[in-house]
Design a protein around this ligand. Structure first.
Ligand code: ADP
Length: 317
């Protein structure tokens, strides 16, 4: 069963901005799927159409087989949305917000109370249930939005940039929670700028740029496309001079740190052996940037014609 199916989906906003061009995208039930792309790529437009907040220009969008335009209520009843903007009433308490949402979906009060306790506890908000929501921190507000989106136990949860403005500790606990509900059966789609988030959470991702899907694959094969990685090596003591090693390009970052680019056909063992021969001891090493980020930047730097897939060149709005 497809949790989400978009076929030749197009959106032209009033004023002529073409936000989506023939977007084809399918997400299987049970997936943890990432939608990546730079600002203005069209991610929020896709999420808006799927959640009936934005009207499509043409094409189709279905949530668990329900077309969002012809069966909006059925589509909404299986969908939970966590938008980027906090859109709850800041003068209501956490509990009121959750229970009102349950009422909107016709959930009886007992079930609503049980679920509110479960989700607020799991998201670390139970002790704040009687707090007026505007007094919560940014991270708590984000978790409140997640609890609210789950109250009707949707089969598909969509999160638009869930980590925006959330500190690292909260982000990690939110990831643990999302992984758990995904394992328990909720399909999750998230849009994110944080490639570390996509790499850590998602099995499959689609990359969208200027309204077109330019890549749709699993994270592992995407990372295999990375033909070279840059590493930063911390060196014991100060470097008198930058070692010259055939085939490896080493550059000084400072007195005790070197940057090196290693191609996928080269071996780190070889590099370390050659450094050891020159009495250079590496005490620690890290990727210069997140691997997915490196790939992403390279991909977006490719000329537009190269990036488009053949079927997308043939079809226009
Ligand atoms: P993303 O979520 O990837 O940042 P969006 O879907 O918000 O991208 O935007 C895609 C394009 O559509 C951008 O060029 C944006 O400026 C434009 N856009 C978004 N919303 C509107 C709107 N309400 N009216 C006109 N143009 C819009």
């Amino acid at each position: 069963m497809k949790a989400l199916s978009l076929k030749r989906l197009n959106k032209v906003y009033a004023g002529g901005v073409v936000a989506l061009r023939d977007v084809d995208l399918e997400v299987d039930e049970g997936e943890f799927f990432g939608l990546l792309g730079p600002n203005g790529a069209g991610k929020s437009t896709i999420i808006g159409i799927v959640s009936s907040l934005v009207r499509k220009t043409c094409g189709s969008a279905e949530v668990f087989g329900h077309p969002v335009d012809r069966e909006p209520w059925e589509a909404k009843s299986v969908l939970g949305l966590v938008p980027q903007e906090f859109n709850f009433n800041g003068f209501e308490t956490v509990n009121q917000i959750i229970l009102n949402q349950a009422g909107f979906y016709g959930i009886n009060r007992r079930t609503a109370h049980e679920r509110a306790e479960r989700y607020l506890s799991e998201l670390g908000l139970w002790s704040r249930r009687n707090s007026v929501s505007r007094t919560l921190s940014g991270g708590m507000k984000r978790r409140l939005m997640i609890a609210r989106a789950l109250i009707h136990q949707p089969r598909l949860l969509i999160l638009d940039e869930p980590s925006a403005g959330v500190d690292i500790e909260v982000r990690r606990s939110m990831w643990t929670f999302l992984r758990r509900i995904n394992t328990e059966g909720t399909t999750i789609i998230l849009s994110t700028h944080y490639l570390e988030e996509a790499e850590s959470l998602c099995r499959n991702i689609a990359i969208i740029d200027r309204g077109q899907i330019i890549e749709n694959t699993d994270v592992r094969s995407l990372l295999r496309q990375l033909t070279a990685q840059s590493f930063l090596l911390d060196i014991q003591g100060d470097l008198a001079e930058v070692p010259v090693i055939e085939d490896f390009h080493l550059m000084p970052v400072d007195d005790s740190c070197l940057e090196v680019e290693v191609r996928s056909d080269q071996s780190l063992n070889e590099l370390f052996a050659r450094l050891a021969e020159r009495n250079v001891q590496v005490v620690s090493m890290k990727n210069k940037s997140n691997r997915l980020e490196e790939l992403f930047v390279r991909m977006l730097e490719r000329p537009a014609e190269e990036r488009r897939k053949p079927e997308q060149i043939e079809t226009t709005t």
